[in-house]
Design a protein around this ligand. Structure first.
Ligand code: HEM
Ligand SMILES: [Cu+2]
Length: 543
């Protein structure tokens, strides 16, 4: 250990330079330091994001005109399946918690690490194993899965494609997610610094806390369901296949009992980072701290009761339809409370349009479109009309990508200087954001429109009246991808030859900005004593 060096210099040795038992790549993949694990996750998820985006890019190219353009119909089916599986299980579910939660959860509450560092490393290894299985299912020679990421029975039981392997990959990834949840909940309960009461915690912590509970309660359900699909395929046990006495609707219930709460695993951490960035760049304390904190818990709770809104046309009972529709409207309330509080925080703030703030503002706008189109789908009559159309594809990209995805890229720009000690080109970051924002809307807004006109989702070919919409959408995908590549170029260049970043480049008040950049091995030279609110900017200077 290099602790002597830390005493010799005024600046403590950062976790990036700290030498443990191993050197080189081994010092990363066997490290139990939460910061290194966060960075491992960050890079592996960005790689998976690029794979998923490549499938998307090719799908959009295929859809540029009616008829065959570049790929066969069956290839298209595998592409949307793998795109969905990768984006959901390998990118958006782990994204913010696994990368930024791992890195900043302990630091923001003044802890040295998470409660179970080895379990934390295991969770990354499980993630990598799941990713390897998913990729292998593509190239193993057997036909890749073509069911869509939802693996609906009975088709998933009968198709001759390699569904079992893809499903098994998702099963392994579930364990990774559960371990992260266990770690975060325990760390927040047990390891807060002296003075760090529950209501002194940054709102990102509340979001991760609520997310953790969904991860450990809901994920086992999908785990069992996916195992049943594998057993049914291998042994014909007849749980979901009606010809063997099974019930395909049962599959849909079990799948959505997990997968609806899972959309809150995706969005809550995004809302959490937005609650961090908005006060910093508006230089104003957050409006309605407790409302935002408790609305995270409310979303986690009510979000667990609405899964049936995915099944309005499945033949479930009318009573179920009405109850699930009503409950769906209830979840909108805590989400709207958050949007209201962010806007109220902006009001009369002295707003600085740095790139993290631009991503936050885009989040509010895009997430609101996603949320409001969600309410439209929650209404029974409308749902029948737009079910399984590209309206749905537009809606969930607005929530997951416009919401969580933009929050992820915002968080990346916000915390990058702290994590790597380097500053990127701030102007280029804003330009890249501009491409992403314009590209995003050009890509997805037409999908809402043609969906409303009747364009079905998961279709390889379409009628001539949908051509203009698809054409605009494909052009949008080029603009969006340009923006994403610019972001990666800008950050990659900063890693190699960026300027040195200061301790607190944005003037944040939470604890990660009170330690050196990048943080030392155990985060603080001495455990901080907390006696101020997380968004109290008095006396905080940019440095
Ligand atoms: C990088 C830009 C992206 C583009 C161009 C894109 C495009 C598409 C397209 C064309 C489809 C197929 C629609 C259909 O045939 O029904 C699709 C489906 C989907 N996308 Fe994306 N997408 C992108 C990013 C994302 C992200 C970031 C996420 C998750 C956060 C995501 C999640 C999904 C899901 C879950 C599906 C449904 C798959 C299925 O039907 O089984 N996408 N996307
Ligand atoms: Cu849902």
């Amino acid at each position: 250990m290099a602790h002597d060096a830390a005493i010799a210099t005024t600046h403590p040795v950062s976790f990036l330079e700290e030498r443990g038992r191993f050197t080189g790549i081994l010092s990363w993949i066997f490290s139990t330091d939460h910061k290194r694990i966060g960075i491992l996750y960050l890079f592996s998820m960005l790689a998976m994001f690029l794979v998923g985006a490549t499938f998307a890019f090719l799908m959009r190219l295929e859809l540029i005109a009616p008829g065959k353009t570049i790929i066969e119909p069956q290839t298209y089916n595998s592409f949307f399946t793998l795109h969905g599986v990768i984006m959901i299980f390998l990118f958006i579910i782990p994204s913010i918690p696994a990368a930024f939660g791992n890195f900043f959860l302990p630091i923001q509450i003044g802890a040295k690490d998470v409660a179970f560092p080895r379990l934390n490393l295991l969770s990354w290894w499980l993630y990598i194993s799941g990713a390897a299985l998913a990729i292998y299912s593509l190239v193993s020679g057997a036909a890749p899965a073509d069911t869509g990421w939802t693996f609906y029975a009975p088709y998933s039981i009968r198709t001759g494609t390699n569904v079992s392997l893809t499903v098994f990959a998702a099963f392994v990834l579930g364990f990774s997610s559960i371990l992260t949840g266990v770690n975060f909940i325990t760390t927040i309960h047990r390891m807060r610094a002296p003075g760090m009461g529950w209501f002194k915690m940054p709102l990102f912590q509340w979001a991760l806390y609520a997310t953790g509970w969904i991860q450990i309660i809901a994920t086992p359900i999908v785990g069992i369901t996916l195992l049943l699909v594998i057993f049914e395929r291998a042994f014909g046990i007849g749980v979901f296949d009606p010809t063997k006495g099974g019930d395909p609707i049962l599959y849909q219930h079990l799948f959505w009992i997990y997968s609806h709460p899972a959309v809150y695993i995706m969005i809550l951490p995004g809302m959490g980072v937005i609650s961090e960035m908005i006060p910093v760049f508006a230089r104003r304390t957050i409006f309605g701290y407790k409302f935002i904190a408790f609305s995270s818990l409310a979303i986690a709770f009510f979000g667990s009761l609405v899964w049936g809104h995915h099944m309005f046309v499945s033949g479930q009972s009318y009573t179920a339809d009405v109850v699930f529709s009503l409950l769906t409207f209830l979840v909108a309330i805590p989400s709207a409370i958050k949007v209201f509080n962010w806007v109220a925080t902006l009001y009369k703030g002295s707003i600085e349009l740095e790139s993290p703030m631009l991503f936050s503002l885009a989040f509010i706008f895009l997430f609101s479109i996603g949320g409001l189109t969600g309410l439209m789908q929650g209404a029974l009559a409308v749902n029948v009309h737009i079910h399984d159309t590209s309206f749905i594809v537009g809606h969930f990209h607005y929530v997951m990508f416009g919401g969580t995805g933009f929050a992820f890229f915002g968080a990346l720009h916000y915390w990058f200087p702290k994590m790597f000690g380097k500053m990127y080109n701030r102007k280029l970051a804003k330009i890249a954001w501009g491409f992403m924002f314009v590209g995003f809307n050009t890509l997805y807004f037409p999908l809402l429109v043609i969906g409303w006109m009747g364009m079905p989702r998961r279709y390889y070919d379409y009628l001539p009246q949908f051509h203009t919409g698809h054409l605009i959408s494909t052009i949008g995908s080029w603009i969006l991808i340009t923006g994403i590549l610019l972001v990666l170029y800008n950050l990659g260049r900063a890693l190699i030859k960026g300027e040195k970043a200061g301790q607190n480049p944005w003037g944040g008040a939470t604890l990660e900005w009170q330690t050196s950049t990048p943080p030392p091995l155990e985060n603080f030279e001495k455990i901080p004593e907390v006696n101020r609110d997380p968004y109290d900017f008095r006396g905080i200077a940019v440095q």
